[in-house]
Design a binder for this molecule. Structure first.
Ligand code: MN
Length: 205
């Protein structure tokens, strides 16, 4: 079957140059994977991804998720990614698309409320869901402004907080590494990666 859903992912990348996963459609064990990847490319951003229909629907969130329901975070819809991308932490070579350091910042499962059909909800410009991650939990909403522009908003529940989780929990949920440590271990640009890590004095651990 032609993999139309991942065609944009494929055409943006040179797979002989980048260690990113090949563009194949598949389902995870749960079928409801979510992942947030912290990505120090040209700009630091957080890639927020939800599994649906054998791919990861993806948004680039410049400031990352906020636990504060009063803070609406701007999110730009980007190309679908393969489900295997949820395991990718490492270096995209400089000069390639998205060149820089990628961290698996949080990962777990999600559940649309009331068994919503995720693809249908996204077509209707609003998806409400709960996250069961290490850092992100409870209710969230994705709301389309127009075109590729969305908002990511925490819902009011016991997991809501004014704590800045990007600062208090900055490291990889897979390996515990900072961006700088990932770059150092894997041959990336350490100084560039380090600029995406909060100052040590601000961290909880
Ligand atoms: Mn990215």
């Amino acid at each position: 079957m032609a993999n139309v859903a991942l065609e944009r992912y494929r055409t943006k990348r040179r797979f002989e140059k980048t260690p990113e996963p090949a563009p194949r459609r598949r389902r995870s064990t749960s079928g409801q994977l979510f992942v947030v990847q912290k990505h120090r490319a040209r700009q630091l951003h957080y890639d927020f991804r939800l599994e649906a229909g054998g791919v990861l629907k993806s948004w680039s969130v410049p400031k990352g998720p906020s636990l504060d329901p009063a803070v609406k975070r701007f999110a730009v819809a980007v190309e679908d990614h393969p489900v295997d991308y949820a395991g990718f932490e490492g270096i995209i070579p400089e000069g390639e698309y998205g060149g820089g350091t990628v961290m698996v910042w949080d990962r777990g499962t999600y559940r649309p409320v009331d068994g919503t059909d995720v693809a249908a909800a996204l077509r209707k410009d609003q998806l409400t869901f709960t996250l069961q991650g290490r850092k992100l939990k409870g209710g969230w909403t994705l709301l389309r402004l127009r075109g590729r522009h969305w908002l990511l908003i925490k819902r009011r529940d016991r997991y809501a907080s004014t704590r800045d989780i990007a600062v208090s929990a900055p490291t990889s949920m897979l390996t515990g590494r900072t961006l700088a440590q990932i770059a150092a271990d894997e041959g990336g640009d350490v100084a560039k990666a380090a600029s995406g890590d909060p100052p040590k004095s601000a961290r909880r651990r």
